[in-house]
Design a protein around this ligand. Structure first.
Ligand code: NAD
Length: 692
């Protein structure tokens, strides 16, 4: 019930007792109708359910030896006697075996029997009348429904004048436990197959533009498969794209905020409509599992909806008026923005930075990462489908090193929104800091960079949870998330136990191509990444003990696969404990106590995400105060931030921007202005109230 509420899914179980009771009767009938093939056994202490089964059996003429009743030893003996005296078979059962595991069972029984809805409690200790106890559950349901309708009508009455709440809601993730979702995803993967290998050009002024060369984007799961050929923009085209943005800027800046917000909402609508197809492209181009690809699209939708709403709020001027003087404080866009994105959240991050820049009135040169340029082209299609005005955004795929410097040093570029590696971020920051002649402003750089995130496992942690959470954080999307937990810092007392269980959990992760729904760990993004990760593993072997590595078998020739790898007894200063590897490699580090763990956890140049597993409220308090990261997760995995709920981003060398999907994010894309007007005219005299 809680998980369904968190995900925005319908609750998958009955939430009211009468519903379970009614369903019990439905199933009793079904079983008895099939007595020719099976022997139904009715386990219940509810006299109504028992009587219902008996009556149906009688009606259907089921012989008494073709079904039985089962009841617990020592409970509700008068009911057992009554059933026997009516000539039915009763099987009495009792749990036996080890006491400790059995405790869980007994506690469940206690909860059940003492619940307000329990038949036994109502019948035996509360003396509820037979008439009420034996009511048909459907009748109870009908009465409840009537009462609820009345309550809704009465409760709503006083609120009728209030403003309806228009709170932001995260786009629900697909529940792949449902067959229709599984089918939709495999259909989409089939649907895009004939589209593989198509060409996607640079787009300037909403028109395709030929570039002298193209880049092949390959499927990391099957590296011989070309996903698409994408235009390779030249410096000349980069200049044209900026010029187009500059021409479109004044018009877009002066477009009412309602229209710009409406544009983002239309983009979100197109995303919803093309959701499965886009997820399938993400699986195919970036080797992301189904679930993660679906989440990528959902996050892109969230960014559009959230920034649309935030921009509308921001665009209400603040007034500070005094007699004879009006003051307005408001925002305007900065100018031409360049958006440079990574491949690891190929749709979400590219959309997020772009949506923020556009809705605040900037015009945008959008540069996707080379490895996910087809998704970038798909986003361009979506933007055009949603009614993108000419020149407001230009699509400039290409090689970062070739066109990046042209864009970041261009005198007409006012803002650079970058997400990617530390190295490139620092380079861009340096380049942008130089002010070329003809540039009449200082460039603004928003940069989100990497991390070397740690999860602290306290000595009293729930190991079932901690092992799963650490494995998810480290190996989800092959460790290629900036938020991935690449260090587990484990307290001495449980170190060995944790490590053994973690290794077993890691063994159970199936390495498969990403389009396979059973894929727990897929390929890494490209050959360069694979080689870099393998090199880091070699370094690790010299620095620490290789505790486990999954052999990827024949997949090694199929795509860019690296098996999940666990290093143990890793010194806190080792390269593999300090540098971002961006692959499925986890360093397990031993700490003497919680203070030591915190010191190690904070001891890198990054401060992006972190996690802690503990059951001690004091320790959790301490970690919340002292583990200084942008996003800290307590007793859960350290990846998977949601827009609005967990605004995302770090500090130190993890980020110089503020948090994506959070309330301050848009402020970086705007300039504040103040207008003061003297409204005093000749003969004007302010009204003076009594007593002044
Ligand atoms: P990257 O830095 O190699 O590339 C990012 C983008 O920069 C690409 O579009 C690339 O073409 C472009 N680029 C490369 N050289 C450039 C240059 N000289 N000038 C301008 N642009 C240039 O990063 P990546 O491999 O795509 O992504 C992985 C990195 O991104 C990891 O370090 C990860 O931690 C980080 N990341 C951070 C966040 C966050 O929110 N903090 C989110 C996702 C990824």
């Amino acid at each position: 019930t809680v998980l369904a509420a968190q995900h925005g899914w319908p609750v998958p179980v009955w939430t009211q007792k009468w519903q379970s009771d009614a369903n019990y009767e439905k199933l009793s009938t079904f079983l008895l109708e099939n007595h020719a093939w099976l022997v139904p056994a009715f386990g219940s202490h509810n006299v109504r359910s028992i009587a219902h089964a008996m009556a149906v059996a009688e009606q259907l003429g089921v012989p008494p030896r073709r079904y039985e009743f089962q009841m617990l030893y020592g409970m509700a003996d008068p009911i057992k006697d009554a059933i026997r005296s009516l000539g039915h078979r009763v099987r009495v059962y009792t749990p036996y075996g080890e006491l400790l595991p059995g405790m869980a069972y007994l506690v469940r029984r206690l909860l059940e029997n003492t619940s307000n809805d329990s038949f036994l409690r109502q019948g035996f200790s509360e003396g509820v009348s037979e008439e009420l106890l034996l009511r048909n559950p459907e009748v109870v349901g009908e009465q409840r429904r009537k009462r609820q309708t009345m309550a809704v009508i009465t409760n709503n009455a006083p609120q009728a004048h209030g403003r309806p709440s228009v709170g932001f809601r995260n786009e629900p993730l697909a529940d792949f436990a449902r067959e229709e979702n599984r089918r939709a995803m495999s259909d989409a993967l089939q649907f895009i197959r004939p589209e593989l290998g198509k060409t996607y050009p640079v787009v300037i002024d909403n028109q395709p533009v030929q570039s002298p060369a193209a880049l092949d984007s390959l499927n990391p799961s099957h590296s011989s498969q070309v996903v698409g050929r994408v235009g390779r923009a030249t410096p000349e085209l980069a200049n044209q794209a900026v010029a187009s943005c500059l021409r479109a800027f004044d018009g877009w800046r002066d477009t009412p905020i309602e229209e710009r917000a409406a544009f983002l909402r239309r983009v979100a609508e197109v995303f919803r409509r093309r959701h499965w197809e886009l997820s399938a492209w993400i699986v195919t181009e970036t080797g992301k599992q189904w679930r993660e690809s679906d989440a990528d699209v959902a996050e892109a939708i969230d960014f559009c909806e959230y920034y649309a709403t935030e921009a509308e709020k921001l665009w209400h001027p603040q007034h500070r008026d005094v007699p004879g003087e009006e003051n307005a404080y408001f925002y305007e866009p900065r100018g031409v923005a360049v958006v440079i994105a990574p491949w690891n959240f190929p749709l979400a991050i590219l959309t997020g930075m772009t949506a923020a820049a556009l809705v605040t009135g900037n015009t945008v040169v959008m540069k996707p990462a080379e490895q996910s340029a087809v998704i970038g082209a798909k986003l361009m299609e979506v933007l055009i489908e949603a009614g993108l005005p000419t020149g407001v955004l230009n699509f400039l795929p290409g090689v970062g090193e070739e066109i990046g410097p042209v864009l970041t040093q261009h005198p007409d570029v006012a803002l650079i929104a970058f997400t990617g590696s530390l190295k490139v971020a620092l380079l861009i920051n340096e380049q942008a800091a130089k002010t070329p002649g003809g540039q009449n402003f200082v460039k603004k750089v928003i940069a989100e960079m990497g991390g070397k995130n740690a999860v602290i496992v306290d000595s009293d942690a729930d190991l079932d949870e901690a092992v799963r959470g650490v494995a998810d954080s480290a190996f989800g999307y092959q460790g290629q998330k900036c938020s991935a937990g690449s260090r587990a810092i484990v307290l001495e007392g449980i170190y060995d136990q944790f490590l053994n269980r973690l290794i077993e959990a890691t063994k159970s992760l199936a390495v498969k191509p990403a389009e396979d729904p059973g894929c727990a760990v897929g390929p890494v993004i490209d050959a360069e990444s694979r080689d870099r990760i393998l090199k880091a593993i070699e370094t690790g072997k010299a620095e620490a003990r290789l505790a486990y590595q999954t052999d990827v078998g024949p997949l090694v020739n199929e795509g860019y696969y690296v098996g999940p790898t666990v290093f143990a007894e890793v010194p806190e200063t080792a390269t593999i404990a300090q540098e971002e590897i961006f692959g499925p490699v986890l360093s397990v580090i031993k700490a003497k106590d919680l203070d030591d763990a915190l010191r190690i956890a904070n001891g890198t140049k990054y401060a992006l995400t972190g996690g802690v597993y503990s059951r001690s409220p004091d320790n959790l308090d301490k970690v919340k105060r002292r583990f200084r990261v942008g996003n800290l997760y307590v007793n859960r995995k350290c990846t998977g931030a949601l827009v609005d709920r967990q605004p995302f981003g770090g500090f130190k060398l993890s980020g110089i921007g503020s948090k994506a999907g959070g309330p301050d994010y848009l402020l970086q894309f705007v300039l504040p202005r103040t207008v003061t007007e003297n409204t005093m005219r000749r003969g004007f005299a302010p009204e003076v109230s009594e007593g002044e």
